[in-house]
Design a protein around this ligand. Structure first.
Ligand code: ACO
Length: 378
């Protein structure tokens, strides 16, 4: 038995996958055969989901059918809406509401009599749960899903009650495609561990939501944007960031376990954000973010030399989603809407050649302790 411990499983290869390839030194991300730059800007989200689940792009009829199958599964069971109402009365953060509501979907047995139906139902309902909760959370009544709209367009419509423009839908689809899958990140690995026990898809996806919620994984874009707002003016960037680093704080939106060069997703999302801000957005905010990025990368090299702490996906996620009119509290839930595609694809892949994931640990606790009766402790 090799007892070398690799904290955080860093450098451990746990499986082979056809879904995505992350090359952290070259700064390259391939999703089901396509460089992320090519796929993200062209595909509809439904095409990306089909690609990852079936390992090929759909033809016209297959795509049409797939869109309709997803759209037909959007409506939430009453019990889920009731739970969201109770959660909004507290209120709980949106990711907690999504996690709790996703668990209730198992009650809707008719929608999930086989695993494919369950997969489509889960994917179709993520945006509906988030938008329904968002409206309740803000004291508004939910809006019914519109089956004539695409997955992305329907999400924006259910959040805002406004029909989104094609540019907004394109912006959101580019984002969802960009984050659809990313190797063995923590939430994907969580989903694979759970499904490897032979349990159901919903259990695996609920666990993955819990993992994504953490600030070291999917919880960073909100704080990243707050940091840009806090800086407010490019002139102040250096002083504010230096102060944070002096106090040992981490700069949100920078650093990555795998990428030691700029995350390729940052490039895709920064171009998408630039396009969005050009067509009617706040270009000043975009320019401020570029300047904050440049200063942050320079200071990180000064404070953590040789660590190669570069911009990660979250920094421009924040900018793009803000440009779409989404509040910061919706950033991580929107990430979950995109990543649900990859979680489910990984569950299928794990099941194809399953072996329960069960690593070992090295014990470093005491041995040979003598039992003492309660009255004789400590
Ligand atoms: N700001 C300041 N210092 C940092 C940052 C940062 N953003 N990231 C890493 N460091 C420092 C660490 O403090 C550490 O320094 P030390 O060795 O002097 O203590 C060194 O760089 C190495 O950091 P690790 O913690 O070993 O890096 P790890 O691979 O474990 O963590 C992580 C990667 C969690 C993403 C980290 O870079 C971080 O906390 N970033 C900020 C949060 C963030 O943006 N998360 C989103 C990641 S993208 C995603 O999950 C979708």
């Amino acid at each position: 038995l090799d007892t070398t411990i690799r904290p955080g499983l860093e450098g451990v290869v746990a499986a082979s996958t056809r879904l995505s390839s992350v090359d952290g030194l070259a700064g390259e991300l391939i999703i089901a055969g396509f460089p992320v730059e090519k796929l993200a800007e062209k595909a509809t989200f439904e095409e990306t989901v089909y690609l990852l689940w079936r390992d090929r792009l759909p033809d016209t009829v297959e795509l049409e059918n797939f869109q309709q199958e997803l759209a037909a599964r959007r409506s939430l069971p009453q019990v889920t809406v009731d739970l969201l109402r109770a959660a909004a009365a507290q209120p709980v953060p949106v990711m907690d509401a999504l996690r709790m509501a996703a668990g209730t979907l198992s009650l809707d047995a008719t929608a999930s009599n086989d695993q494919w139906s369950e997969a489509k139902m889960l994917l179709a309902r993520f945006p509906v749960i988030v938008a329904t909760y968002w409206r309740l959370y803000n004291g508004a009544e939910p809006i019914a899903p519109d089956p004539t709209l695409s997955h992305a367009a329907n999400y924006l419509y259910m959040l805002t009650s406004q029909r989104p423009t094609p540019a907004q839908v394109r912006g959101l689809e580019t984002y969802l495609n960009t984050v659809s899958d990313h190797g063995f990140n923590a939430s994907t690995f969580t989903a694979r561990v759970i499904i490897s026990t032979g349990t159901d898809l919903t259990s695996a996806i609920v666990g993955a939501i819990g993992a994504l919620k953490g600030p070291l994984h999917g919880g960073a874009p909100g704080p990243a944007l707050d940091m840009v707002f806090e800086i407010g003016d490019a002139q102040r960037a250096e002083a504010v960031l230096r102060e944070k680093l002096e106090q040992g704080e981490r700069l949100m939106g920078f650093g990555h376990r795998i990428y030691k060069v700029r995350d390729p997703r940052a490039e895709v999302l920064s171009s998408a954000a630039a396009r969005m801000f050009h067509t009617g957005g706040d270009m000043a905010l975009y320019n401020l973010a570029r300047s904050v990025e440049e200063t942050a990368v320079r200071l990180l090299e000064e404070y953590k030399p040789g660590r190669n702490l570069q911009t990660n996906v979250e920094f421009y996620t924040a900018l793009l989603l803000h440009g779409l009119g989404l509040e910061t509290e919706l950033f991580t839930p929107t990430f979950a809407i995109g990543r649900a595609c990859g979680w489910i694809a990984h569950c299928f892949e794990q099941q194809e050649a399953n072996r329960i994931i069960r690593p070992q640990s090295v014990y470093h606790g005491d041995r040979g302790r003598r039992w003492k009766e309660e009255s004789q402790r400590p």
